[in-house]
Design a protein around this ligand. Sequence first.
Ligand SMILES: Cc1cc2nc3c(=O)[nH]c(=O)nc-3n(C[C@H](O)[C@H](O)[C@H](O)COP(=O)(O)OP(=O)(O)OC[C@H]3O[C@@H](n4cnc5c(N)ncnc54)[C@H](O)[C@@H]3O)c2cc1C
Length: 448
Amino acid sequence: MKRATSTASSPAPRVWRNWAGTATATPARWCRPRSEAEISAAVKDAASAGLPVRALGSGHSFTAIAATAGVALDLSGWTGITAADTRTGLVTARSGTTLRALNAELGGLGLAMANLGDIDVQTLAGALSTGTHGTGARLGGLATQIESLELVLADGSVVTCSASSRPELFAAARVGLGALGVITAVTLRCVPSFTLLADERPMPVEEVLEQFDTLAAGHDHFEFYWFPYGRKALVKRNNRLSPAGGAAAAPPALPRWRRFWEFEVMENAAFGTLCRIGRARPRLIPALNRFSSAALSARTYTDVSHRVFVTPRRVRFAESEYAVPRESLGHVIAELRRAVPLLPDPVMFPVEVRVAAADDIWLSTAYGRESAYVAIHQYAGLPYQDWFDRFESIVAEVAGRPHWGKLHSLDAERLRPLYPRYDEFRRVRAEVDPEARFGNSYLTRVLG
Ligand SMILES: Cc1cc2nc3c(=O)[nH]c(=O)nc-3n(C[C@H](O)[C@H](O)[C@H](O)COP(=O)(O)OP(=O)(O)OC[C@H]3O[C@@H](n4cnc5c(N)ncnc54)[C@H](O)[C@@H]3O)c2cc1C
C-alpha cells in the first residue's frame, strides 16, 4: 500500500491506493491506533462524527474492499505476538501483524502456520477477512486455523468470539470482509515447525487434468500454473517431511544465489521484461507466453515451510479468482482453453489452480464443498476486461464463488444463492453493526 504524503505547504488529502493500482480512496481521517483502547476510541469518535470506518491491511486486495471515504484505521502500529503456548500451538497475535513477521516469530517458537498463500506481506486480519487460502486438498484456508477472535464492535465494545463463545459471530467474523468490527487480536491454532520437500516440474496440461484428482489427493500441497498459449503446466507438489526421517535423503535447501537467481531474476526480473515487451507489442504475447511455458524447468529442494509457500511477487498484475466445486475443474479449464484464442486482447499471465478442503465458515469460498481455485491474471496496464468477463461467465455455470479480495463483478443478488448462510451473515451484521459503521461501497454491492 502506498500513501501519498502531505506537507505543511501542500495540505493535499492523503490518498490510499492498493498494491495493484485497481482501487484508490481519499479517507476523511487517518488514524494509527497503538492499543485496543485507541481502536475503540477511534470507532466511537467516527460514530460521533457520523463517519464510516475501515481497518486497513496491507492493501493487497485487488477489490476496493478496504477503501473508505471515512476513517481509515492504519493498524501498522498494532503488531506482534502477545501470547503463545508451544504445547497446544495456540498463539495470539495483534491484528496488524504481517504474515511475514508472524512466520518469523512463530519460527522462533518452533511453530508454524499449517498452510499459507503465496505471499506474506498481508496483515493477519486483512488476509483472514477476505478468505485468503493456500493449497492442499486436506487443508482449509487461513481462517480455518483461527481458534478465537477479539473484535471492537460498532459501539466501541470489545468482544471475544470462538466456537463456544458467541459462535454465530465467530462463524461470520472468521471471513468477515471487515463488515462486523475491527479485529484486534487473533488466536491461531499453529503446528510444530515443519520442512517441505518441494518438487516443481513441467507436465503437459492434458496429463495434469487427467491426473488432477490423484495429484490433489496424493500431495499435501498441490497446484499448477498453466500458460494459456503453452502446452505445458508447471506442477508444484509440496510435501511435509516427517521429523522422524526422510530429511537425510531429501535434496537440500536452495543456496542463496540460486534462490536469488530463480525467484528474483527469472520469476520477477526476466518475466517482468517479457511482460513489458508484451505490453509494448501485444501481438507478440502468445509467442512470449509459449516461450515462458517452454522454458519451464524442474527443481526439487527442501526448506522450512513458509520459505516454500511464499515467493516474492514484484511484477504487478490484476487478478480474479473463483472457487469452483472440485469436480468442475476439468470443465472450467476446457472452456478457458476454448476462450483464450477468441479473446480480442491476448493474455500474458498464467492461470493458477489450487485446491482446498470444505469448511464451515459462512462466507468462506470453500463453505460446504471441496474446492478448486482458479485464478486468472493480466499484466498491469494490459486490457483484461474481456478475459475476466469470459472467465466469470464460465465459472458462473458451475456456481463459482469469487475471492472477496480479487476482481469480480458479482452483487448481493448473485452472491446470495451461492452461500447457504448468506442471510445469517447479514442478520449477524445487522445485530452488531445496525448503522453499517463499517460499510463501504464494495460491501453495499456484495451484501446489499
Ligand atoms: C501479489 C498477491 C498475491 C496474493 N496471493 C494470494 C494467495 O496466495 N491466496 C489468496 O487467497 N489470496 C491472495 N492474495 C489476496 C490477498 O491475500 C487478500 O486480498 C488479502 O485480503 C490482502 O490482505 P491485506 O492485509 O492487504 O488486506 P487489505 O486488502 O488491506 O484488506 C482486506 C480486508 O480486510 C479488512 N481488514 C483489515 N484489517 C482488519 C481488521 N483488523 N479488522 C477487520 N477487518 C480488517 C479490510 O477492511 C478489508 O476489508 C494475493 C494478493 C496479491 C496482491
